[in-house]
Structures are given as C-alpha cells and as structure tokens.
Design a protein around this ligand. Structure first.
Ligand code: DC
Length: 233
C-alpha cells in the first residue's frame, strides 16, 4: 500500500496581502502565488473595474444608489493571457484602462460605497472558497478572509512608493508628474483608511513588512518562508 505521510500531502492555505497604495502588494502576491502554484486574486482590480464602468457610463460617483444600481450590469472576471492576470469587464479586456489616472482619481470614492464592497467581497470569498489563493487588497485579512492562515501588511515610505509608481506609469507611456502621483497615493490612503465600511487597517495577527529597503527577491523569499511556516505546500 502506498500511503502518503503528512508532509507529502498537499496543504493549501489562504494568504492575505493588505496595505497602502503602491506598496508592491501585487508584485509580492503574484510571486508568492506563482511559487506555490496558487491562484492570485487582484481585488483592487475589481474596485477599479466598477469605477471604470461608472466613468464610461457616466454614473454619478457621488450617488451611492446610482452605483448600487449599476452593479447589476457588471460582470468582472479574471483570465490569464500570455501568463498575465488580466481583468475583463462585461467581456472586454480592461486591464490597461483600469490602471489609468482617471480611475486612480475616483476609485477610493467608489470603494467606500457599502453596496460595492458587499458585492465584491462576496465574489472574492467565492473565488477563494477552496483555499490555495493569494489575495491582495485593503480588507482581506480583516473582512474577506479573517481566518487566513497568513496575513501580511505591507508598507513603504511615500518617496519610495511615488518613485515606483512613476516608473510603472512611465513604462506604460503615461505622462504624469511625481507630485501628482504622491498626491493621489496620499489621498487614496486617507480615504481608504478613514472610510466607515471596512477601512484599511492592519489585522491584529498580520505580519508587517516595510519594503522601503527590500528588493523583490528578498521580499518574496521572506514571504515564502512565512507561508511554509504556516503550513503551505
Ligand atoms: O490595490 P489597488 O491600488 O489596485 O486598489 C485600488 C483601490 O481599490 C484602492 O484605492 C482602495 C480600493 N480597494 C479596497 O477598498 N479594498 C480592496 N480589497 C482592494 C482595493
């Protein structure tokens, strides 16, 4: 008889990566997911897709009821295209459009609407039901998966975050000043941390990672050790 001993059995956990805007959450979450062969879920992309829809369809973002109604017309999905996680809104690839400044400037207001949070949180819980997932966002360890085996809370200095975002946007051919980026990051952090419904905050049992002076490889290696210690395989 061929019986697997415990360590050889696959054990999937849930990994929550929360933190401020532009702290490298998605880079880390994608790296961890790839290394463990887990599914990566970019929850920020879902809030961005709702925001893009509102902008394009001229839904009044100041009107929570109008946004709530719009939710019924939305279908948000992720597909892997050429190895990249790609966001689809009602069947259209919106991966590029949801990262533009016009969305950055309004997404925190949309994400503060309770009906939006309620709908998206339910979808995220469904996607992660079977574990073996890495989710990045603002409320993953506190609201979406409060029982996640590993919770990471990422932070970095505003200077480092601004510089990283500037290079990212420049690489995509977008022209924007570092002042505009710093303002947008601070504005979003403020709204995200002070909203009434599930504000961004560190879960009590989260491990804080300040990556101002860590490179991507060091950060990934550290998190993989933590994931293994929490039982991931
Ligand atoms: O991670 P990101 O920058 O792509 O997220 C965009 C916005 O969406 C962010 O400013 C706050 C909101 N968000 C949220 O409220 N809860 C999440 N789980 C993920 C993102």
């Amino acid at each position: 008889m061929n019986v697997l001993s415990l360590p050889e059995m696959e054990h999937k956990i849930t990994i929550a990566v929360d933190g401020f805007a532009s702290c490298g959450k998605s880079t880390l979450a994608k790296g961890v997911a790839q290394a463990l062969n887990y599914v990566y879920i970019d929850t920020g992309a879902m809030y961005r897709a709702v925001t893009l829809y509102c902008i394009e369809q001229e839904v009044d973002i100041e009107n929570a009821e109008a946004i709530e109604q719009a939710l019924n017309a939305l279908d948000i999905r992720f597909k892997t295209i050429a190895g990249k996680n790609t966001t689809f809104l009602n069947g259209r690839n919106v991966e590029e459009n949801i990262r533009k400044m016009q969305v950055n400037n309004r997404v925190s207001e949309v994400a503060a609407v309770s009906a939006v949070r309620c709908t998206l949180v339910r979808q995220q819980q469904e996607m992660g039901r079977e574990k073996g997932v890495v989710l990045d966002g603002r409320d993953i360890g506190t609201v979406v998966f409060p029982d996640a085996e590993l919770k990471l809370f990422m932070t970095a200095s505003i200077e480092v975050r601004t510089q990283r975002r500037l290079l990212e946007l420049q690489a995509k051919g977008q022209t924007v000043s570092s002042e505009e980026i710093a303002q947008n990051l601070q504005h979003r952090d403020h709204i995200d941390s002070t909203r009434a419904d599930s504000p961004l905050k560190q879960a009590e049992d989260a491990i804080v990672i300040d990556n101002s002076h860590l490179n991507q490889e060091e950060q990934l290696a550290m998190c993989l050790v933590l994931a293994k210690l929490r039982g991931a395989s």
